[in-house]
Design a protein around this ligand. Structure first.
Ligand SMILES: [Zn+2]
Length: 300
């Protein structure tokens, strides 16, 4: 090897190590910020917030058992268990576990929650393989995803998958009824959930948006990050707009201004009112689509 080539290799190696360290620290910072315990609270009817400050988890309670959507990071699972207990509910009454998408910040705690509850986990067909592999093989994340997985930040303990569902399927536990809307793009099986919530004499439709975030370096033109990612995103905007959402929820609190709305409850006529936000719901979809169009135009 020539002296010059040796130096090139040394510089490249050092750059790779530095990048690895920076990436790991970035992941750890995200995790810290999003794993702070948050006080659980009642949103409306049988719907409760049991997540951390950054990643959401929702509990739907019913006489024949409860449903829990999302497990946060692996580190978030004990917080969720604590929040459910604090509200006076029993984790063993959770009969069904659902997930928005198979990323470590929403699926990481599912295995621990599954072990604690004995609940059955339903996963979309599109996300089931990545879920079963503990986060490996997620092509929708682009090159940063593969790197992130092997650096450990995106890896999680794979839960047992009890059922796989398709777009439009309904999952029931007693009177609780949730419809799965596969709004793919962020992941192949990214699932938004809609469910009616009866609050006093009104029936409200709650919609939890999975995520519409497009990661950097994800290819939307051929060869696409995964075949069909572009049309998946396109379909997701239309599918979400078509839902008559009253209560707007999402997989991260900042996506639907959760802390602001929570603060506004004290001064509201009805504490549910701040969460009824069709305008915020539509503008979130509009903004996500605008960012997608911009990225797509650059790539074309
Ligand atoms: Zn995600």
């Amino acid at each position: 090897m020539t002296k010059r080539r040796r130096w090139i290799l040394i510089v490249l190696g050092a750059a790779a190590v530095l990048f690895g360290v920076a990436f790991t620290q970035w992941q750890a910072a995200i995790k810290r910020n999003r794993s702070i315990p948050d006080d659980p609270f009642h949103i409306a009817g049988n719907l409760y917030y049991v997540g951390s400050t950054g990643v959401t988890s929702f509990l739907l309670t019913g006489p024949e058992g409860h449903v829990l959507i999302d497990g946060g990071f692996p580190e978030t699972a004990p917080l969720i268990l604590g929040s459910i207990a604090k509200l006076g509910f029993n984790i063993t009454d959770v009969k069904v576990l659902l997930n928005t998408h198979a990323h470590s910040d929403h699926a990481g705690g599912l295995r621990e929650l599954q072990e604690a509850s004995g609940a059955e986990l339903w996963v979309s067909e599109g996300d089931a393989d990545v879920m079963a592999a503990g986060g490996r093989g997620d092509r929708a994340l682009g090159p940063l995803g593969t790197l992130g997985y092997y650096l450990g930040g995106l890896k999680f303990a794979a839960p047992r998958i009890d059922h796989r569902f398709k777009d439009g399927e309904t999952i029931r536990v007693g009177p609780i009824e949730l419809t799965a809307h596969v709004t793919a793009g962020h992941t192949r099986g990214c699932t938004s959930w809609s469910f009616p919530v009866r609050d006093g004499d009104r029936e409200l439709l709650a919609v939890e948006i999975c995520s519409l975030t497009l990661f950097p370096l994800v290819k939307l033109v051929e060869p696409e990050a995964y075949p069909g990612i572009r049309s998946d995103f396109e379909r997701s905007y239309a599918a979400l707009r078509s839902l008559p959402a009253d209560i707007f929820l999402a997989s991260h609190g900042d996506m639907f201004s959760m802390q602001r709305k929570r603060g506004e409850r004290a001064g509201a006529k009805d504490p549910v009112d701040p969460f009824i936000d069709r305008a915020g719901y539509l503008s979130f979809i509009d903004r996500a689509e605008a960012r997608f169009r911009e990225a797509l135009a650059k790539q074309q």
